[in-house]
Ligand binder design. Structure first.
Ligand SMILES: NC(=O)c1ccc[n+]([C@@H]2O[C@H](COP(=O)([O-])OP(=O)(O)OC[C@H]3O[C@@H](n4cnc5c(N)ncnc54)[C@H](OP(=O)(O)O)[C@@H]3O)[C@@H](O)[C@H]2O)c1
Length: 241
């Protein structure tokens, strides 16, 4: 199986590739900003992988980088889009320049990569695109307004385009994890229902084996966030989320 990981140093993305490799031989292509770290990860995880450079903020390069990866590998069965930046946990108080970087990487940058990857999958007429979204897209909150807004844009794009793929042989799986203990959240106190990269990887592989279009990790968050969505605002804003 050929797997393309966009965000080649992502802990969750690498856990997904590793989990897929546990089910059978995988040839991986890792795309990211740091060739040395990608190479070190593939050695540490014993992956058969090649790496290429990609900057999510260099939108004009995306089509070329993705097209080259597809051509080199002879196509991909699964593409995982795992690029994202969390940024500081503040709403109106957030640093403006940092907020713009978070949004640029997490929405326009990731959306451009999503479009390039889906275009390539459509041309080959088969395959699955896994989009790492977030449970945060269900309802914005003060602490993660910037990241949540950017992820909501990406999630919405993925959901809409997924519907346009019916009958094309290509599918999109949107993965909405809650808090995952990775380097992205290393500075934060884990809230209830915090999970691990391995748990996200296992749920993603199970989702790919079935017919799901959207999964929450852990699964109970589907119901937790459905309830939170309707909570009156004065109560919602006081929750320790
Ligand atoms: N951890 C969580 O709690 C959580 C929860 C829900 C959803 N997610 C989402 O899951 C995905 C993976 O997150 P993770 O936990 O595995 O965190 P991570 O290890 O920090 O992964 C984030 C990835 O985004 C890449 N990236 C950031 N800016 C980039 C840029 N300008 N160009 C290219 N790549 C860039 C990072 O590359 P560098 O190594 O070069 O920075 C890294 O590969 C993200 O989309 C994240 O938003 C995470």
């Amino acid at each position: 199986m050929n797997v393309l990981l966009i965000g080649g140093t992502s802990e969750i993305g690498l856990a997904i590739v590793q989990r897929l490799a546990g089910d059978g031989p995988v040839r991986a292509c890792l795309l990211g900003r740091d060739r040395d770290r990608m190479a070190a990860s593939s050695v540490a995880l014993d992956l058969d992988a090649e790496c290429d450079l990609l900057d999510a903020e260099a939108l004009e390069e995306h089509e070329g980088v993705i097209a080259r990866a597809f051509a080199r590998a002879g196509g991909f069965d699964i593409v995982v889009l795992a690029v994202g930046v969390l940024g500081g946990q503040a709403g109106l108080d957030a640093d403006r320049a940092e907020s713009i970087r978070v949004m640029r990487v997490t929405f326009p940058g990731s959306a451009s990569l999503l479009l390039a990857a889906l275009g390539a999958l459509r041309r080959q007429g088969r395959g699955a695109l896994v989009v790492l979204s977030s449970a945060a897209v269900e309802r914005p909150r003060a602490g993660n307004a910037v990241y949540g807004a950017a992820k909501a844009g990406l999630d919405s794009l993925a959901q809409g385009l997924a519907d346009s793929l019916a009958g094309s042989g290509v599918r999109v799986l949107v993965v909405r994890p809650g808090f995952v203990r990775t380097r992205m959240t290393a500075e934060l106190t884990p809230p209830p229902f915090a999970t691990t990269a391995d748990a996200v990887a296992q749920a993603t592989v199970e989702g790919l084996a079935g017919r799901a279009h959207t999964i929450w990790v852990p699964g109970v968050l589907r119901y937790v966030f459905a309830a939170l969505r309707h909570l009156p605002r004065p109560i919602y804003r006081r929750l320790p989320l």
